[in-house]
Design a protein around this ligand. Structure first.
Ligand code: NAD
Ligand code: IPM
Ligand code: MN
Length: 358
């Protein structure tokens, strides 16, 4: 029986609460399945930072390298600047383990009301493939003349041929294997960002030629934001730069009900390193500690993790359980218009494991 070693990092805010529910579901599905999970928790977070002045120990990356996957909640604390916490934990992991694909589905499930008028279940069913290791997040730059009137800040974007090619190719392969609309949309702003994103556009064209069975579009990010709201049903697979993918996926989340439903996976498709599974949302300090966060994004993220570990059936069981709870509409958290607590939603999903999908 396969055993998977999972590093668990709850992080900050609602990360602590929603990971609890994710683990509840993972343990329950492992009990019924044909695999075991060895879960190891690490207290790395902003609370850890308050004590140690670092978000994780110096050998944190080396420690994580031995795991099959990383299951993370969220990072970010109102008392510490985000660039310190995020650059101390989340972003270095994505880069160190070459998790160049950030995969974020947005699906309008039965039982969930879109804020967009007239949308029926499944009308929205898209996946954003966000480039995840370079682009606008390359972490190249610096300050000159710090705190002087002449102060200069430089933040460079990095687009490499290899980096663009591999993530765009992943998107095309996904469009083929999804076998839905067989369509890939590329998102840039190459009318204003005249180098890096021009390279991206060129590579998108070249890769598209190798996939004659897949239709394509190339949109500018401003237009794409509008189309996510005006006609989201047209999208199938969307491939975008790091920053644009980040922004688009919050839109994708809210048009399909809530950020509390938006799963996400940071993948190293080569499988040299562990992939990391953390929902699209952050630590939500405005609701942290109140027990009202929606744990479904974290639980659907656990489903993505099971699939990537090779446990496709278990991943489907978890996703179906979430769908059942949504469809019944009885145990729903406040972000979706209900009154259920985080733990009640987790319990309802555990109870629904194995029930037929809707
Ligand atoms: P956020 O995603 O934390 O919250 C945005 C809004 O959505 C808030 O009103 C929040 O209450 C709501 N929300 C988010 N998740 C929810 C859930 N599961 N259930 C119900 N409501 C939910 O974004 P923010 O407020 O911009 O950022 C807060 C902190 O999180 C910042 O420090 C930010 O840097 C960090 N952040 C971390 C990650 C991550 O760790 N992956 C992602 C995004 C933001
Ligand atoms: C996300 C988050 C992160 C990102 C932040 C917290 C650095 O917004 O995962 O969507 O932009 O990648
Ligand atoms: Mn984001």
């Amino acid at each position: 029986m396969p055993e998977y070693k999972i590093a668990v990092i709850r992080g900050d805010g609602i990360g602590i609460e929603v990971v609890e529910e994710g683990l509840k579901v993972l343990k329950a599905v492992a009990r019924t399945g044909c695999f075991t999970l060895q879960l190891t928790e690490f207290p790395w977070s902003t609370n850890y930072y308050f004590e140690h002045r670092e978000m994780m120990p110096k050998d944190g990356i080396e420690t994580l390298r031995k795991f099959d996957a990383i299951f993370l909640g969220a990072v970010g604390h109102p008392k510490v600047q985000d660039h310190i916490t995020l650059n101390g934990l989340l972003l270095p992991i994505r880069r160190a383990f070459d998790q160049y694909v950030c995969l974020r589905p947005s699906v309008l499930y039965p039982g969930v009301k879109s804020p967009l008028a007239g949308r029926k279940p499944w009308d929205i069913d898209l996946v954003v493939i966000r480039e995840n290791t370079e682009g606008e997040y390359a972490n190249v730059g610096g300050f000159q003349y710090r705190d002087q009137p002449e102060e200069v800040a430089i933040q460079s974007s990095v687009f490499t041929r290899r980096g663009c090619e591999r993530v765009i190719t992943y998107a095309f392969d996904l469009a083929r294997s999804r076998n839905k609309k067989k369509h890939v949309t590329s998102i840039t702003k190459s009318n204003a960002q005249g180098y890096g994103m021009v390279l991206w556009d060129r590579i998108f064209k070249a890769v598209a030629e190798k996939y004659p069975d897949i239709a394509t579009d190339s949109l500018l990010i401003d237009r794409a934001c509008m189309d996510f709201i005006r006609r989201p049903e047209q999208f199938d697979v969307v491939v975008a730069s790091n920053l644009f993918g980040d922004i688009l996926t919050d839109i994708g989340a809210v048009i399909t009900g809530s950020l509390g439903l938006a799963s996400s996976a940071n993948l190293d498709p080569s499988r040299r390193y562990p992939s990391m599974f953390e929902p699209t949302h952050g630590s939500a300090p405005d609701i942290a500690g109140k027990g009202i966060a929606n744990p479904m994004a974290q639980i659907l993220t656990a489903a993505l993790m099971l699939r990537q570990l090779g446990q496709e059936a278990a991943g489907q069981v978890v996703e179906s359980a979430v769908q059942k709870v949504l469809y019944e509409g009885k145990v729903i958290s406040p972000d979706l218009g209900g009154r259920a607590k985080t733990t009640e939603v987790g319990d309802a999903i555990v109870a629904a494991l194995g029930a037929p999908a809707r």
